[in-house]
Design a protein around this ligand. Structure first.
Ligand code: HEC
Length: 119
C-alpha cells in the first residue's frame, strides 16, 4: 500500500516537472517571437561552431570570442575568412564550407543572441 502511494506520488511529481518544463519553453518561444523571428536553421548551423566558440560565442581559452558582436560584423568577418581576405589558421577552411546564405543565417543567429540579452 505504502509502495503504491509512493509510486503515485512520483508520477505526480514527474508530470508536475514536465508541466513546468513546458511552461518555460512556451515563455522562451514567446520572448523569441516578440523580439525577432529567428530561423531555426541558423541555430542548427551555429552548433558546428560550439566546439571552439561555445554555443553563444563566449569562447574559452585562446579562442577569440565574438559574443556581443552584431550580425553584420559577424557576416562580414565570415565572408572575409571565406574569401581569404582575412588571415586565419582555421576559420578560412571552416567558412568555405557554408553558402553565403548559410553564413547570413549563422551571423543572424549569433548576432540575435547578444541583442536579446542586452535588453
Ligand atoms: C576549430 C575551431 C573553430 C571552429 C569550429 C570555429 N572557429 Fe571561429 N575562430 C577560430 C579561431 C582559431 C579563430 C581566430 C582566427 C583563425 O586563426 O582562424 C576564429 C575566429 C572567428 C571569428 C572572428 C572573431 C572576431 O572577433 O573578429 C568569428 C566571427 C568566428 N570565428 C566565427 C565562427 C563561426 C560562426 C563558426 C561556426 C560556423 C566558427 N567560428 C567555427 C576557431 C574556430
Amino acid at each position: 500500500m505504502v509502495k503504491q502511494i509512493t509510486s503515485w506520488l512520483s508520477v505526480g511529481l514527474i508530470s508536475a516537472a514536465a508541466l513546468t518544463a513546458c511552461d518555460t519553453q512556451t515563455s522562451e518561444q514567446q520572448q523569441a517571437s516578440e523580439t525577432e523571428e529567428i530561423n531555426p536553421r541558423g541555430e542548427i548551423l551555429a552548433l558546428s561552431c560550439a566546439s571552439c566558440h561555445g554555443t553563444d560565442g563566449k569562447s574559452v581559452g585562446i579562442m577569440p570570442g565574438f559574443y556581443g558582436k552584431s550580425a553584420s560584423y559577424l557576416k562580414s568577418a565570415l565572408m572575409e575568412f571565406k574569401n581569404d581576405e582575412r588571415y586565419s589558421t582555421v576559420m578560412g577552411r571552416h567558412a568555405k564550407g557554408y553558402t553565403d546564405e548559410e553564413i547570413e543565417l549563422i551571423a543572424e543567429y549569433f548576432g540575435g543572441l547578444s541583442q536579446q540579452n542586452s535588453k
